[in-house]
Design a protein around this ligand. Sequence first.
Ligand SMILES: NC(=O)c1ccc[n+]([C@@H]2O[C@H](COP(=O)([O-])OP(=O)(O)OC[C@H]3O[C@@H](n4cnc5c(N)ncnc54)[C@H](O)[C@@H]3O)[C@@H](O)[C@H]2O)c1
Length: 255
Amino acid sequence: MKLKGKVAIVTGGNSGIGAAIVLELARQGANIVIDYRSRPEATEALEKQVAALGDCAIGIRADVSKLADLQMLVDSAVKEFGRIDLMVNNAGVETRTSVLDTTEQQYESVLAINLKSAFFGTQLAARQMILQGGGGCIVNISSVHEDWPMPGNSAYCLSKGGMRMLTRTAGVELGPHHIRVVGVGPGAVATPINEATLEDPQALKKLNAAIPLGRVGTPESIARTVAFLASDEADYITATTLFVDGGLMQQSPGL
Ligand SMILES: NC(=O)c1ccc[n+]([C@@H]2O[C@H](COP(=O)([O-])OP(=O)(O)OC[C@H]3O[C@@H](n4cnc5c(N)ncnc54)[C@H](O)[C@@H]3O)[C@@H](O)[C@H]2O)c1
């Protein structure tokens, strides 16, 4: 077990990639605070699955776009488990709107949920880690779109581009405290966030064909990467992003 006795917070932890991360961290021996915004029944089911693996998870309903809620997550981890070793900034949304179409409300909501939450999640977790004596890991679930433009999803790309620099800047700043900050950049993964594509056979065929490994990824592949990065096996990796995308970003446009 790579993470025996470690304590983690996973934001947006009751669905898709977040839920897979919760289960993989538990398999590796961690205790977990599961942040969620809706569907308490999904959180309860996860708590039971984690308990069956011999670890402990508590669900806390919190809106990560609000600082007070993020502080509540950190306080809950400390109250329940005594410390924090790993913060996974995973919660995210997209609007699939272009530069021309995006409204002020859409812009503010995407940036607050995807980027502001990761910035202050990093800050509050790092303060607690330093208070404990230093050491720890922060994983930002970014996207290939931290580098790669996605026409028609402009605010999302902007938020992930910001996360790219958050990972690098915070990684450099927090290095002296032995806190590693790492980005994980998934390609296309089968989760509720891209339900529309997954349910359209033509769109799915086209997407699979664009991926060198020939298929959409699974949340479990992302989760195993997070567990590795959070472990001592990755003790020299910081201030960078690991892409988990089946080769998507390196594909040749066919020229
Ligand atoms: N699925 C993909 O193809 C893919 C690709 C690249 C990156 N990602 C990233 O992975 C992360 C997880 O997405 P997913 O694919 O599992 O989709 P998902 O929709 O299943 O998960 C997103 C989670 O964020 C939560 N959330 C949204 N707003 C919140 C808020 N204000 N407070 C707390 N939680 C909130 C949702 O409730 C949900 O649990 C996101 O950051 C997403 O950008 C996903």
